[in-house]
Design a protein around this ligand. Sequence first.
Ligand code: CAO
Length: 419
Amino acid sequence: MNTALNGASKALDGVRVLDMTHVQSGPSCTQILAWFGADVIKVELPGRGDITRAQLRDLPDVDSLYFTMLNCNKRSITLNTKSEKGKEIFRRLIEACDVLVENFAPGALDRMGFGWERIQEINPRMIYASVKGFGPGAYENCKVYENVAQCTGGSASTTGFDDGPPLVTGAQIGDSGTGIHFVAGILAALLQRQNSGRGQRVEVAMQDAVLNLCRVKLRDQQRLAHGPLKEYPQYPDGKFGESVPRAGHASGGGQPGHVLQCHPGGPNDYIYVIIQPQGWAPLMKVIGREDLIDDPEWATPEARLHKLESCFHLIEGWTVTKSKMEVMEILNAHNVPCGPVLSMKELAEEPSLRATGTVVEVDHPERGKYLTVGNPIKLSESPTEVECSPSLGEHTEQILRQLGYGDNEIAAAREDGAI
Ligand code: CAO
């Protein structure tokens, strides 16, 4: 069942993944496993499949970009795992696979009759990996989507401006962020199995994954007990309450930073600029304020700390006269860390991202060419070749034959509605 392309070997050649995932968190994980070379068999409900196939469609009756951008390089089998025949086929799939990945609502697999104990009985080497919204506790039975995880994992309360409501971010840290944590857990379990010979449970809660990504905010929560957070925009004039406030554009790291406006003032004509201690002199030179390089009122990070807004205001007086790309070029020539705010249009058209395969054009038999984000993790010995997502049930017969089913059994399963 190896789907390695062009005969080149891949990192996860020989690993078979029984992919019971849907929507985004689970599929984002199994897509990366597929890009590493695993044979990912996506099990989908007959007739409907992953609900995202039909969500946010841009073309009538064609698998949505939501689906096609999260399910590349997989095979699709339709299987009703609640029917008797379907359960029998599912059991054979569990026997044949190394990893079962699922992100159903809590308890769904148990309700199908395939809890962890049953799975271990069928295949003791199986790694059984689940994403849920919350870990064990009061909320363990709740269904969770992206923004629920952002709110419950500490991201929303720390994102936005002091005088505004909590904000969710466009980065899908609850779904795809959890998916990346999930990949790490599954790979570790596969490595441990090489020695132990046994599978294990891998569980990632979306709340935990988001909190892990908000680690620096829990750092700041504890710093707050010892005085104001001096790099936050609330310092020195505003008040700090009991918990970490929203920090606007302030940098989460040890060096101050801010987003600054550029020419000609469009919605994304901004650049993020960081002032390292060694960056002060070149920055002041570039903006024509050499007089502030050695001025004791400005020269040290400590002197600037209580007037960061004024510092960035000075620099913005210069950035508004240049485009964000000009500022990027000039400041980088002086080793000043900065980054333009790039729109999705600019990212889609960026040649360097195309060259590295981070943005890839894929050909789909029904929709034609579309763009996707390729594998952001580059392995020198296991290059990724992005293949189109499967149509619903495209590989049902192929997979059943590989499991040893013959024509009559396949016809009977179809008649039965199991596939
Ligand atoms: N054969 C038979 N039944 C199937 C099936 C198949 N091939 N595939 C799915 N089903 C069934 C499930 O068993 C479940 O049935 P029960 O309710 O009887 O157990 C049913 O379809 C619906 O599954 P669900 O409850 O997971 O789906 P939902 O759309 O209602 O909820 C979601 C979606 C994402 C909220 C929920 O799955 C969840 O909380 N998952 C865990 C957290 C997560 O991953 N969230 C991220 C989603 S991306 O934003």
